[in-house]
Structure formats: C-alpha cells, structure tokens
Design a protein around this ligand. Sequence first.
Ligand code: 5GP
Ligand code: ZN
Length: 113
Amino acid sequence: MSDCLFCGIAAGEIPADVIYRDEDFVAFNDISPTAPTHALVIPIKHYENIVEIAEADAELAGRFISTAAVVAKQEDIHEGFRLVTNTGDEGGQSVHHVHLHVLGGRQLTWPAG
Ligand code: 5GP
Ligand code: ZN
C-alpha cells in the first residue's frame, strides 16, 4: 500500500530507528515511547491487522509472534515485557498496518498501563 506509513518504513523510504530486520519482518523504535523499551514489529508485507494476517498466512502470523520474542530478547528486557497488538477502532489501532508493540524496561501495570 503506497500510502501506508509502515510500508514506507519497511521499504526504507521513511526514516525509522530500525533495530531488527529479516526477509519478512522489521522492528523499529516507537516514535512516542511509553516505556524505556518500546519497539514495533511489523511484517514487511502489508496486512491491516492480526485477523487479516492470521487468516491469510497462519505460518507467517506464527513467525510474527516468534520475531517479537526474538526482538524482546535482543533488547534485553529480561525482567519482563508485554506484547500488544491494538486492533480496530475500539482496540485503539491508529496505524492500519499490523504491528506488535514490544514494551518493557519498567514495571507495567494491568489493566494496561
Ligand atoms: P497503534 O496506536 O496503532 O497501536 O500504534 C501505532 C504506534 O505507531 C504508536 O505507538 C505511535 O507512536 C507509532 N508511530 C506513529 N507514527 C510513527 C512514525 O512515523 N514512526 C515511528 N517509529 N512510530 C510511529
Ligand atoms: Zn502497510
């Protein structure tokens, strides 16, 4: 999708602080971090949300989760972390290219905060 912000980051056309890349996924630091570690993991191929990627390619969706775990380990948030994928308007999704937030480096609260 040519007008998608995260497609632009995946293609290297829009600058981002990239911390991980392989042939299917990219991870970069969130521009407005809410924790000391706040990375976003995205598939390079555009899917709108977690339902769309899961229905289109369950194997890729599985590796999406695995990649987020690799990124968390790489970022050394060994005291604990959280993976979040906001989905749809009521889920608080603001960028409509599926992404996993990897949050850590402070005590996270629940309900989410
Ligand atoms: P959502 O609200 O869709 O769950 O998460 C979107 C995330 O993307 C937000 O945490 C927001 O700060 C981040 N974000 C929005 N625009 C940019 C950008 O241009 N660069 C980076 N690195 N992050 C962005
Ligand atoms: Zn996209």
